[in-house]
Design a protein around this ligand. Structure first.
Ligand code: GDD
Ligand code: MG
Length: 331
């Protein structure tokens, strides 16, 4: 199986760890490996290095190559002239990666997720592979809250180890998301598995303006294509989608609260990367190179880098994204 890893996005909710030039996927968030490096290692569970391609942009291509070298994986890096969201990235990648050997099964992995159970992850792809002759397969995660940053999938009639997708709704509002959780919808994990030929045909049918743009050389194609995600561009429209459940711990580490949840906690419920002395301090996230001492505080995120310190209430962690905007306005 071929694997495409999407590594062109930028996250703003993990400031000051993530920056435009150093987005979330490249940060060693939970240990010494970045989420991107962990993703490459997961891809190696079912693809050889020659079968893996990374799709990234000009700003991050050297970072990608450095991080690949550090884990000894010599795979192909496809550089987009400009980021146009995930559909053009997947279209470009799926076409390139199958150009020499003809259509093949392709796994698409975002590079900004944390998945701990490698065996269950690999099994889910094995199950998905059996459905790719007729369906674009998406991996569904059981929701834990009405999160508005995810796509929602209504599973329909059973199909092999999965189900037909009855409906796919990308990023609904909070009220709708609440109904979906109650009605048994699944979150879209953002990972896909499909036959490249079927994917390109569905793109032609659902997002012809993207397929048409890619009839030109790459530079022109990226000039012409609209910016569109696979979720809005294809998944909401296609009738040929199937969902396979992903039964393992999965997090897109979207903010410091999610990072806190993913990290190990000490006896006081603090998740600490670095050194911490806490007096009556519990359930805090602390990341710093220097000693951090706290007295009488709980549920905070305290994050220090070389040039900035963030102190935030963990339950407001989603709002850390507002800092990027404030910084841009400050100039
Ligand atoms: N090469 C490339 N080019 N990669 C990109 C681009 C681009 O223009 N834009 C985003 N990516 C990469 C990101 O780095 C990430 O690894 C992945 O594609 C998904 O993009 P995000 O921007 O992180 O998407 P999202 O989190 O808002 O939403 C998607 O993921 C959710 C699960 O985490 C959707 O698929 C949702 O439906 C899904 O629930
Ligand atoms: Mg994401």
């Amino acid at each position: 199986m071929k694997t495409l890893i999407l590594a062109g996005g930028s996250g703003t909710r993990l400031f000051p760890l993530s920056r435009e030039h150093y987005p979330k996927q490249f940060i060693p968030l939970v240990d010494d490996e970045s989420l991107f490096q962990k993703t490459v290692k997961r891809a190696l569970l079912f693809s050889s290095p020659q079968e893996i391609a990374i799709v990234t942009n000009t700003d991050h291509r050297f970072l990608v190559r450095d991080q690949l070298a550090a884990i000894g994986c010599d795979c192909r890096v496809l550089v987009e002239p400009v980021g146009k969201n995930t559909l053009p990235a997947i279209y470009y990648g799926a076409r390139e990666i199958t150009r020499d050997d003809g259509p093949d099964t392709v796994a698409v992995l975002p590079s900004d997720h944390l998945i701990t159970a490698a065996g269950q992850f690999r099994d889910a792809f094995r199950r998905a592979e059996r459905l790719t002759k007729d369906y674009l397969v998406v991996f569904g995660v059981r929701p834990t809250s009405p999160h508005t940053g995810y796509g929602y999938i209504r599973p329909g009639e059973p199909l092999g180890d999965g189900s037909l997708v009855d409906a796919f709704v990308e990023k609904p509002d909070i009220e709708t998301a609440g109904h979906y959780v109650a009605d048994g919808y699944l979150w879209n994990s953002g990972m896909f598995c499909f036959d490249a030929g079927l994917f390109l045909a569905e793109c032609e049918a659902c997002a012809p303006e993207v397929a048409r743009a890619f009839e030109q050389p790459i530079q022109e194609a990226y000039g012409a294509t609209p910016a569109l995600s696979i979720d809005y561009g294809i998944m909401e429209k296609t009738r040929r989608a199937a969902v396979v459940p992903l039964e393992c711990d999965w997090s897109d580490v979207g903010n410091f609260d999610a990072l806190y949840a993913a990290l190990q906690k000490n006896g006081s419920g603090n998740a600490v990367r670095g050194e911490h002395i806490g007096i009556d301090s519990s359930e805090n996230l602390i990341i710093a190179d220097r000693l951090v001492a706290t007295v009488g505080v709980r549920d905070l995120a305290i994050v220090e880098t070389k040039d900035a310190i963030l102190v935030a209430a963990r339950d407001e962690a989603q709002r850390v994204g507002e800092i990027a905007k404030a910084l841009r306005e400050k100039g």
